[in-house]
Ligand binder design. Structure first.
Ligand code: SF4
Ligand code: SF4
Length: 118
C-alpha cells in the first residue's frame, strides 16, 4: 500500500528523466528518490549529473540527444526500456521543451513514472 500520494515536485525528477514522485517504491517510502538515493553509486547517469551540477540530462551541454550518450543509453537501460516500454529520452525532451515544473506537473497528473514508448 502506498504511504505517500502522488504530487507535483520538481525535486523528484530523476537525473535520467524518470519521475520518482510516481514510483511505487518512493510512494511506499522504500526509496528516497533518485537525487537523495546515495546508494545508487552504480549509476553513471547520476554520477555524471552530480559532477556537472545538472538537475537532469536535460541540462547536458555535451549531448543534445541523450540517446547518443553511452552513459544514458547503456546496456541495462536498453533492457529496462524493453521490459517497461519506457522512453526516458522522451522525458528528457519534454523537460527541455516545457521545463521542470511543467514536466513534474504532467507526470503527477497522469500518475506516470516514465513516458511510454509509442
Ligand atoms: S537510473 Fe540512475 S539516474 Fe535514473 S533513476 Fe535510477 S539512479 Fe537515478
Ligand atoms: S546525457 Fe550523458 S553526458 Fe549528458 S548529463 Fe546525461 S549522462 Fe551525463
Amino acid at each position: 500500500m502506498p504511504v505517500k500520494s502522488i504530487t507535483s515536485d520538481q525535486s523528484l525528477i530523476a537525473y535520467c528523466g524518470l519521475y520518482c514522485g510516481a514510483c511505487p517504491k518512493y510512494l511506499a517510502e522504500k526509496c528516497p528518490g533518485c537525487h537523495e538515493n546515495n546508494k545508487a553509486g552504480w549509476c553513471k547517469v547520476r554520477e555524471c549529473n552530480i559532477q556537472n551540477n545538472y538537475q537532469s540530462c536535460a541540462d547536458c551541454k555535451e549531448f543534445r540527444n541523450p540517446m547518443d550518450c553511452k552513459k544514458f543509453n547503456n546496456f541495462f537501460s536498453k533492457i529496462y526500456a524493453l521490459m517497461y516500454k519506457s522512453d526516458r529520452a522522451a522525458c528528457v525532451a519534454k523537460i527541455k521543451a516545457e521545463g521542470y515544473r511543467a514536466f513534474a506537473s504532467y507526470m503527477a497528473v497522469h500518475q506516470m513514472q516514465v513516458i511510454k514508448r509509442k
